[in-house]
Design a protein around this ligand. Structure first.
Ligand SMILES: CC(C)(COP(=O)(O)OP(=O)(O)OC[C@H]1O[C@@H](n2cnc3c(N)ncnc32)[C@H](O)[C@@H]1OP(=O)(O)O)[C@@H](O)C(=O)NCCC(=O)NCCS
Length: 178
C-alpha cells in the first residue's frame, strides 16, 4: 500500500439504484466521461451497483449484471462489469481496486464462472493489476436494430471460481455491451 492511501479503507456499499445524477456526482457532467464515445456503441445499464461515499458524496462506482454469451460454441452466462468510475479528485488512491473487488465478491455469488468487462486500451494494465486478463479473440456484441458488431474496445475477463478456465475462443454477447 502506498503512502497517499488512507490507513482506514472506506466502506463499499450496495447502492439501491444508480442514476445519471449519481454518475455525474462521481465523474461530472462531461459528454464522454468514460472516453468511449468514439466507439459509437449503445450500452446496457447495469443492474447491481456498488459504491463508495466520502464526506456524503458518491465518489466511486462499479455495476454488474448477468449476461448470456457464447464462448466458441458453448452457451453460458458471464457477469458483465461496467460503469467503473472514481471521482477525478479521488483517483490513484485505490478506490477502483476497492469497489471492483467488492463487486466481484458479490459476482461470485451470482452463478457465472467469469466476469467480463470492456475498456479503453490504456486501462488494460490497471485491470491486469486487479487480476483481469485480456481476451485476444474477437468479441461480437449486439447493437440496436439487431446489428452485430465486433467490439472495438479491449475485452478482459477474470475468473469467479478457483476452477474456472477461460476457453480462448471467439465470444458472442447476446445483448448490448455493458
Ligand atoms: C479508471 C479509474 C476507475 C481508476 O480508478 P482509481 O481509483 O484511480 O484506480 P486505483 O487507484 O484503484 O488503481 C487500481 C490499481 O491499478 C494500478 N494502476 C493504475 N494505473 C495504472 C497503470 N497505468 N498501469 C498499471 N497499473 C495501474 C494502481 O496502482 C492500483 O494498483 P494497486 O492497488 O496494486 O496499487 C478512474 O481513473 C476513472 O474513473 N476514470 C474515468 C472513468 C473510466 O474511464 N472508467 C473505466 C471504465 S472501464
Amino acid at each position: 500500500m502506498s503512502d497517499h492511501r488512507s490507513p482506514v479503507a472506506p466502506d463499499v456499499v450496495r447502492l439501491p439504484e444508480y442514476t445519471k445524477t449519481d454518475q455525474e456526482e462521481i465523474l461530472g457532467k462531461g459528454d464522454d466521461p468514460f472516453g468511449v464515445a468514439s466507439a459509437g456503441l449503445t450500452w446496457l445499464p447495469k443492474e447491481e451497483h456498488f459504491g463508495i461515499r466520502h464526506e456524503g458524496r458518491l465518489v466511486a462506482h462499479t455495476g454488474l449484471l448477468r449476461l448470456p454469451v457464447a464462448i466458441g460454441d458453448t452457451r453460458t452466462e458471464v457477469v458483465g462489469v461496467g460503469g467503473v468510475a472514481v471521482a477525478p479528485g479521488m483517483q490513484g488512491r485505490g478506490l477502483a481496486r476497492l469497489v471492483v473487488t467488492a463487486a466481484l465478491a458479490h459476482a461470485r455469488t451470482m452463478g457465472p464462472q467469469h466476469a467480463l468487462l470492456f475498456c479503453r486500451p490504456p486501462l488494460v494494465p490497471l485491470y491486469e493489476r486487479l487480476g483481469w486478463h485480456l481476451v485476444d479473440e474477437d468479441v461480437r456484441v449486439e447493437q440496436p436494430e439487431g446489428r452485430l458488431v465486433t467490439m472495438p474496445l479491449r475485452t478482459m475477463v477474470t475468473p469467479l471460481r478457483d476452477d474456472a478456465r477461460w476457453a480462448s475462443e471467439p465470444v458472442r454477447l447476446f445483448s448490448l455491451p455493458m
